[in-house]
Ligand binder design. Structure first.
Ligand SMILES: [Zn+2]
Length: 270
């Protein structure tokens, strides 16, 4: 599944091709993806100039004066800018034809992605409940410390809650908790301000690194046995249950926590 780094990588790749360009036409080859495509997309987008390509959590927004197209890649979606005469393939569900004879093509075999509409000055309901971005100034130790007081949920579950902070998926939280020496099982309300400062810094560092590498891109770099590809040897904890801890050599523990695979060192993470 594309995670925040993959979506940010997609945004950076698409922005130079889309920003400042006018949408000539919208081609919808089916009426829905995960949800119905609202009529505003085909009615309002043609003729509009794309002012900016933004990311919020794992959503991409194409901003125009008439409103914003809101895209999510779901499990298997991808966006490519192609010459307009590129033959349409299976699962090419949506084209935004650009005035420069290219198209932005949305392919999504499993159709867990979406194309929705956000009116000018509005915030789409899917975005209203989201917490801060991990790179926002608002995301800091004071914020996490204050929000977590009295919470008995494990700190891992707390940090993966999109209302707390967006984009900290299972891989990144495992790595951040390992690097910060915090047990994923510890109650969120029992983590000190100092350790939240460390976690903030590690979350940012790990996400920045993944963005710089174009995301961990598990989907595109699966090895034949289905294990994560080249990034795997750089992961200290994720996917390494039972292997020696890179710090102390004791076997890493693994368990299911909130239905998510969880790996940690019982010695180094407290
Ligand atoms: Zn250890």
């Amino acid at each position: 599944m594309p995670e925040l780094p993959e979506v940010e990588t997609a945004r950076r790749g698409l922005a130079p091709h889309l920003e400042g360009r006018r949408v000539a036409a919208v081609v919808l080859r089916r009426p829905d993806l995960r949800w119905p495509i609202p009529p505003e997309v085909a009615r309002l987008l043609p003729g509009q100039r794309i002012a900016a390509v933004r990311r919020r959590a794992k959503y991409l927004l194409l901003d125009t004066d008439a409103g914003s197209a809101l895209l999510h890649l779901g499990m298997s979606g991808s966006l490519r800018v192609l010459p307009a005469d590129t033959p349409v393939g299976a699962h090419d569900h949506v084209d935004l034809a650009l005035e420069d004879t290219r198209v932005l093509r949305f392919n999504d075999p499993r159709r867990f992605g979406c194309l929705l509409w956000q009116a000018p000055g509005d915030v789409h309901p899917l975005l209203r409940e989201l917490g801060p971005e991990p790179f926002d100034d608002a995301f800091d130790a004071d914020y996490l410390f204050a929000l977590s007081r009295g919470r008995k949920a494990p700190v891992k579950t707390f940090l993966m809650d999109q209302r707390v902070v967006v984009g900290v998926g299972n891989i990144y939280v495992a790595e951040a908790l390992f690097a910060a020496g915090v047990s994923p099982l510890r109650a969120a309300g029992r983590v000190s301000r100092e350790r939240y400062a460390r976690l903030c810094a590690e979350i940012r560092r790990i996400l920045q690194y993944a963005i710089a590498r174009g995301g961990t891109t598990l989907r595109d770099f699966l090895s034949p046995d289905g294990a994560p590809g080249y990034f795997e040897q750089e992961l200290a904890a994720y996917g390494r249950g039972g292997e020696p801890c890179p710090r102390c050599g004791r076997p890493l523990k693994h368990a299911m926590l909130g239905q998510r695979a969880t790996v940690w060192c019982g010695h180094c993470q407290r």
